[in-house]
Design a protein around this ligand. Structure first.
Ligand code: 5RP
Length: 234
């Protein structure tokens, strides 16, 4: 099947990320359409015997299903103390390799898996690169259902315009953890992501934010001009 230009770029980034994978690794498997290409390509390498003895920790029900379809053995996060390498997508990537994630709704498990990983590599097409976080994508914030109106007012007081993630047929969309996701738009982006992240985490009822700060080791970016690997400097 012919890929759209955007899908072809995602697949190129995914293909390049396979260079980071070695036989015997425990892999964190992110969520989203870019990661779906990675799972497909990894499955092909495993089937060909070019990589062996790989197990994956999926970050969502969706990724678990896609991994099984690709022939990747999956385990739970609790089954291993450490993950060698996580490959995940992103909604925004800043020059410092900080991210906004969670438009696929898997931010909590994605962050838990990233935190347990020795190395985190992000795959993205060039449209995800921004100068300032929050300018392109809303910031997803996972909150408990109880007291939801209060969470929305709290987020609005932080300068966000907030919309609750909904199913296509009407009701609120629940994450794999049974929580709500509030998408927060900031008119001029997020001036101080670390301060905002801290503020949000201080509030009981906020389960997790889509700000991934200082967690990423490399970003593989596929654009019209080729593939670039951005590496964290420190
Ligand atoms: C899911 C995510 C995804 O990685 C992010 O939304 C990017 O997805 P895609 O590759 O489909 O653009 O954070 O929670």
């Amino acid at each position: 099947m012919e890929l759209t230009p955007a899908e072809a770029l995602k697949r190129k980034a995914a293909e390049r990320a396979l260079d980071f994978v070695e036989s015997g690794m425990v892999l964190g498997l992110g969520t989203g359409s870019t990661v779906a290409h990675f799972l497909d390509l990894l499955g092909m390498k495993l089937a060909a015997g070019a990589l062996v003895d790989i197990v994956g920790v999926p970050t969502s029900v969706r990724t678990g299903r896609e991994s099984r379809q690709a022939g990747i053995t999956i385990i739970g996060l609790a089954d291993r103390d450490r993950i060698d390498l996580t490959i995940d997508g992103a909604d925004e990537v800043s020059p410092a390799l900080d991210l906004v994630k969670g438009m696929g709704g898997a931010l909590l498990r994605e962050k838990m898996v990233a935190q347990a990983s020795d190395r985190v590599v992000i795959i993205a097409d060039a449209s995800k690169i921004v100068d300032r976080l929050g300018t392109l994508s809303p910031l997803p914030v996972e909150v408990v259902d109880w007291g939801q109106g209060g969470h929305i007012r709290f987020l609005e007081a932080q300068g966000a315009s907030v919309s609750m993630r909904m199913m296509e047929d009407g009701p609120p969309q629940k994450s794999d953890n049974g929580n709500l996701i509030l998408d927060c738009r900031f008119a001029d982006g997020i001036p101080d992501p670390a301060a905002l992240d801290q503020e949000l985490h201080n509030r009981a009822g906020v389960v997790e934010t889509g700000l991934f700060l200082g967690m990423v080791h490399a970003v593989v970016v596929a654009g019209e001009d080729g593939i670039h690997v951005m590496e964290r400097s420190t």
